[in-house]
Design a protein around this ligand. Structure first.
Ligand code: NDP
Ligand code: OXD
Length: 316
């Protein structure tokens, strides 16, 4: 069978070598082509990151499209180019959860240990100890508790911070601690009001775009801290700046933005209580990702359902 990889961000040979290795382990004979170099080569399976719709449209024999990341917002709009029965599958953790947990844990400690205020004091050469908040009252709320949110929430809970969560459905999936308060989106305001730190790990869908605007962010208690590592367009960045400016929010650690790269003239770059990373919280790891994709292909070959199937109606 033929696999076509469309990923301009990664040297093709890394994908080819990892896919061939895992195919061999599963006893599958595969040929892997670099679709960015050979766009006309026809494949059975497409492995993609931000593919153009016209390339997908030219792939007439596809049996499935595998997204080489967790978020599908950049591929879903192009899926109309495929036959309607071609499934879109996404990575489920594949080594990203641990990286996300690292990223979030660092940001939560940064907020808890009042580092934004110490940075301000350092700028003034001010030597003054600030009292620590009581850990048991320092609630960390996760908006989105899927593969990324759960991995990060478990780490934060293991650091003895109280965890709560809000998801679309409010359904308690495997691995969610029964003691964590978990509510559905209808109770977003109530959830936000309880968060000292808000960690946003939502996919970008038509329901989440702009969800955290001024009105919603205003529900957070004064002095709350924001961590955003899902997709930037979930947050209204203009409103965020306003709430940082008037002190309602103590600071923010931001990995994702409505426009990436973040434009040089964006005020977020210069805000003293904003920390910016360039969408690196949890990059795709080629080895674990290739293993997961090959297991998915093996499942399809057997006639089983592969994991990570995206629901186009929900958008994730
Ligand atoms: P999942 O699909 O596993 O989880 C998504 C979570 O979001 C679920 O809890 C889901 O609720 C919830 N959700 C979806 N829509 C809404 C809504 N309208 N309101 C409230 N909650 C909602 O995704 P992952 O955890 O794997 O990834 C999450 C996102 O993180 C990705 O889509 C991607 O955009 C981003 N990401 C960023 C990375 C980075 O490096 N910055 C790396 C990897 C991912 P429910 O449980 O009810 O389904
Ligand atoms: C992803 C990402 O969605 O890296 O996997 O943002």
């Amino acid at each position: 069978m033929k696999l076509a990889v469309w990923d301009p961000g990664e040297p093709f040979r890394r994908w080819r070598d990892a896919l061939m290795q895992h195919a061999g382990e599963l006893g599958l004979a595969v040929e892997v082509v670099d679709a960015t170099a050979e766009p006309d080569a026809q494949a059975d399976f497409a492995l993609v990151w931000k593919p153009p719709a016209d390339w997908l449209a030219g792939q007439l024999g596809l049996r499935a499209v595998f997204n080489l990341g967790a978020g599908v917002d950049a591929v879903l709009p192009a899926m109309h180019a495929c036959a309607p029965d071609v499934p879109l599958l996404r990575l489920e953790d594949a080594g990203m959860g641990r990286q996300m947990a690292d990223y979030v844990a660092e940001a939560v400690l940064h907020a808890y240990r009042r580092m934004p205020e110490y940075a301000a004091q350092q700028a003034r050469q001010q030597w003054a100890a600030l009292p620590l908040p009581a850990r048991g009252g320092f609630h960390v709320g996760f908006l989105g508790l899927g593969q990324m949110g759960l991995a990060a929430a478990r780490r934060v809970a293991a650091m003895d911070f109280p965890v709560l969560a809000c998801t679309r459905s409010g359904a308690r999936r495997d691995g969610v601690d029964p003691d964590w308060p978990l509510v559905s989106l209808e109770r977003l305001d109530e959830f936000l009001a309880a968060c000292r730190v808000l960690v946003v790990l939502l996919p970008l869908t038509r329901h989440t775009a702009g969800l955290l605007d001024w009105r919603a962010l205003q529900q957070l208690p004064r002095g709350a801290y924001l961590v955003s590592a899902g997709r930037g367009a979930v947050i209204d960045e203009h409103d965020l700046l306003e709430l940082l400016g008037d002190g309602h929010l103590a600071g923010a650690t931001l990995d994702v933005f409505a426009r990436e790269p973040l434009p040089a003239d964006d005020a977020l770059w210069r805000h003293p209580r904003v920390r910016i990373t360039p969408h690196v919280a949890a990059p795709t790891l080629v080895g674990p990702a290739a293993a997961q994709v090959m297991r998915g292909i093996a499942a399809i070959e057997r006639g089983d359902a592969p994991g990570g199937r995206v629901d186009p109606a929900l958008g994730y």
